[in-house]
Design a protein around this ligand. Structure first.
Ligand SMILES: Nc1ncnc2c1ncn2[C@@H]1O[C@H](COP(=O)(O)OP(=O)(O)OP(=O)(O)O)[C@@H](O)[C@H]1O
Length: 774
């Protein structure tokens, strides 16, 4: 790094010993930047005032209570609220950067864009014009001669840090804005993750600004900023296509509620609050699951074999169902006993499965089968069969029976049957996990979600019906389309799909660039004409992989139904999955249902995979998510764990995975054999500086029983994924390893959580992988 004459004067930054003259220059520069910041604040005040006035005007429109006035009011108030939200970004560091170009242009970069009339005062960090702030290097300056980071405390400029990018400047830049980056990395971690908008690094910026289309895979070791990139990417996508993505159309999925709570402030601090942030255990409406099953049970519940179990379960007799049906008709007592009812149920299931009717829509079939069987009992040469059927089905006793024997089923009720040996005699591994437990486990959530689709329309209380695309077939992945679709893929370029055909009927290859939509449409029109249809226009739609495409409007509509491209209310258009390496096949299916028509960002690190059914590689995982092509990006530099700790943790890293090179300076590492680990942990905590975040990480069973001072966070090893603390104390690594089949990977995760200091305390021998010549 080359520090310019205006080196930062902020605590923790590298500050060269500057002369008096340099100090005077710096003060002048700070004063100049202060003027810019003042103008931005003043302008923001004006804009906020205008938004408030607009809101007032909106309410005024409804004064006469006319329908038109009310509609207008809502529109104006909504517009005003949107504007207010846009202006309501984090106050600290609204202006944080400046770019000086070789042609004399100067831009100030900030958390949001601010104009004064037509003149830009501040460029939003996500605008294309701001990209050089994160990408320019001495080798590739992109026209930039100086990049400046501006440090503010509230509205006051307190320091500057310059990178000079002229050819005369010596050396190449290792990182962008080194002083600012170091200052940020050295800051003590709080209970919540902070955004990194000032110090995003080049490779991170490339991942953040990757196109929305298709699947973007972002990999990297612990602390390389994957989560940060994922969140900043959500903010970037909103900025680039607000109309499309606003209103909860982006879903971010994290591994646990502790994690989503930890990262929950990043997007609001970037001025974005319209992203759905959910832990895996919260994806099914009405359930918040936090408990994770032990590996043996997780391996059963997460497996696709559960599909067969569930498909069977939904047709079982409910535990509270009456054992026989008795009806008196025309003086005759008609009965169906338990065996006959079992046979009737089998027949109902067979008929429904043939017709694709789910259990919750199967009552009419149940009535038909039962009345047929009752009729066969009637001595009825003189009776009318149709009349019998109508009358029998109308009897209160028949209604009562049906209510208990074929009730409307909820996913929760049906999943609970797994604990009932009279219903599922061979599900012995699962039964204990449904008995005496406090609520659902995270591993149950995909099963509940699957059941909702299998059971069909849920019973009252009435809910909005699930859109058809969520009730799709049991397998995720490519579907047949009902119409022609023109879509572009990363590898093969433009492709044309035809109704009912799983693979493209034509591929344009290198002949037509990805961005030549008009040309591609003319190409497709010619092929569709050969198929006997004339195209009169194009509308937006989706290809069989759920990615955006163009659907032709045909002169003569196709004999099959055209794809319904009207947006359904809860359809996500982009799904970001963090810690994706750990998704079980069933979790993938749950996410795939939500991403059926969405582009995706998949984020993870195979070295941290701990789920017993974790995919062996990224292509397998992406296929489980029902997607195909991937734009892969790798983050190579770590910003959390100091090198000293990273090297130690790498001993627990699975072979074949490259350890991360760390940029975090300093760090301390202590590994100690002790007689009493809890007492040693208490002593280690006593010695730490106040204000720092500290976590004690232990195997789940040990963590539950630990007696530590109030205020110390004890994190079970299974919950620590994605989190970080200034100081981490890992207890009894051998217990963490022994607790599960992928215990060593779990230990690797635990060892890579510390920003400043790692203490490892053990009484039992260390796992052999950790023993070295330390
Ligand atoms: N460019 C950056 N500037 C400042 N801090 C950064 C930068 N990139 C990452 N960090 C910090 O490094 C830490 C690790 O980031 P993050 O949690 O996103 O990494 P990760 O790759 O998701 O880690 P893990 O795989 O362990 O969950 C965070 O404190 C984050 O703020």
């Amino acid at each position: 790094m080359v520090s310019g004459t205006t080196a930062a004067r902020i605590p923790g930054s590298i500050v060269p010993d500057v002369s008096t003259q340099e100090t005077a220059t710096e003060e002048r520069e700070i004063a100049a930047e202060q003027q810019v910041v003042d103008r931005v604040y003043a302008r923001l005040e004006v804009l906020r005032g205008q938004a408030r006035d607009l809101e007032g005007e909106g309410y005024g429109r409804a004064a006469g209570n006319s329908a038109a006035g009310l509609v207008e009011r809502d529109a104006i108030v909504h517009r005003a609220a949107t504007r207010m939200r846009e202006l309501d970004t984090e106050e600290e560091g609204i202006v944080f950067g400046r770019l000086d170009f070789d042609d004399g242009d100067i831009y100030h970069i900030g958390r949001l864009g601010v104009r004064d009339g037509i003149q830009p005062l501040l460029v939003d960090w996500r605008a294309p014009a701001a990209a050089p702030f994160y990408r320019a290097t001495t080798g590739d300056p992109l026209g930039v001669v100086r990049r400046r980071v501006i440090f503010c405390r509230g509205p006051r400029v307190v320091g500057l840090d310059d990178d000079v990018l002229t050819p005369e400047a010596a050396g190449d830049l290792r990182v962008l804005g080194e002083g600012a980056l170091l200052a940020s990395l050295r800051r003590s971690r709080g209970p919540h993750m902070r955004d990194i908008v000032t110090t995003i690094q080049r490779e991170q910026d490339e991942a953040i600004r990757a196109p929305a289309r298709g699947v973007t895979l972002i990999t990297g070791g612990p602390g390389t900023g994957k989560t940060q990139v994922a969140l900043h990417r959500a903010a970037y996508l909103l900025y680039t296509d607000r109309g499309r993505f606003t209103g909860d159309r982006i879903l971010v999925v994290g591994p646990s509620t502790v994690f989503t709570d930890y990262i929950g402030r990043v997007l609001p601090s970037l001025g974005e609050d319209s992203v759905h942030l959910r832990a895996i255990g919260e994806l099914f409406d009405g359930v918040t699951a936090t408990r994770r099953e032990r590996a043996e049970v997780a391996a059963v519940k997460g497996s696709e074999r559960m599909l067969g179990v569930l498909a069977d379960l939904i047709w079982q007799t409910p535990p509270s169902a009456p054992r026989n049906l008795r009806l008196v008709y025309a003086g005759q007592v008609l009965t169906l006993d338990a065996d006959e009812l079992t046979a009737a149920r089998r027949e109902i299931r067979a008929r429904c499965e043939r017709e694709g009717t789910p259990p919750n829509s199967a009552r009419p079939t149940a009535v038909a089968v039962l009345t047929e069987r009752l009729w066969s009992r009637v001595d009825g040469a003189h009776l009318d069969r149709e009349l019998f059927t109508d009358e029998a089905a109308d009897r209160p006793e028949f209604h009562r029976f049906l209510h208990g024997w074929w009730p409307a089923l909820t996913p929760a009720a049906v999943l609970g049957w797994l604990a009932d040996p009279t219903i599922v005699p061979d599900a012995a591994t699962l039964a204990p996990s449904y008995q005496d437990q406090a609520g659902w486990a995270v591993d149950d959530v995909p099963l509940l979600d699957e059941l909702e689709g299998l059971l069909g329309t849920p019973p009252p209380p009435p809910r909005a019906p699930k859109p058809e695309w969520q009730l799709r077939e049991l397998t995720s992945g490519p579907r047949l389309v009902d119409t022609f679709v023109l879509s572009t893929g990363l590898r093969d370029g433009w492709e044309l799909y035809a109704p009912g055909v799983a693979t493209p009927i034509a591929v344009a290859g290198a002949g037509i660039d990805n961005d030549q939509t008009g040309l591609a449409q003319r190409w497709a029109e010619a092929i569709i004409l050969r198929e006997g249809h004339r195209v009169v226009g194009w509308i937006d739609g989706y290809d069989p992989h759920g990615e955006e495409g163009y659907v032709p409007e045909l002169a003569e509509p196709l004999p099959v139904a055209e794809a319904d491209d009207t947006p359904v209310p809860d359809q996500y258009l982009h799904v970001i999955v963090d810690e994706a390496q750990d998704l079980s096949p069933m979790e993938c299916r749950m996410i795939a249902r939500r991403a059926a028509y969405a582009s995706m960002t998949v984020v993870g690190d195979l070295g941290q995979a701990t789920h017993p059914l974790a995919a062996g590689g990224w292509p397998e995982l992406v296929a489980r998510l029902g997607k195909r092509e991937v734009r892969a990006m790798e983050l190579r530099t770590g910003y959390r764990v100091p090198q000293l700790i990273a090297d130690y943790a790498a001993r627990a890293l699975a072979p074949g995975i490259e350890p991360t090179r760390s940029y975090q300076p300093g760090g301390t590492l202590t590994v100690r054999r002790v007689d009493d680990v809890a007492a040693a942990a208490r002593a280690a905590i006593d010695g730490l500086e106040t204000g720092a975040t500290v976590a004690v990480i232990a195997a789940d069973d040990t963590a539950a029983a630990l007696d530590l001072p109030a205020g110390v966070t004890v994190v079970p090893a299974s919950m620590v994924k994605g989190l970080e603390f200034d100081h981490v104390i890992v207890l009894e690594p051998a217990d963490i390893v022994a607790a599960e089949p992928r215990g060593l990977a779990r230990l690797y995760v635990a060892l890579t959580r510390a920003v400043a200091g790692l203490v490892v305390l053990h009484r039992r021998p260390l796992p052999p992988e950790l023993i070295d010549d330390l």
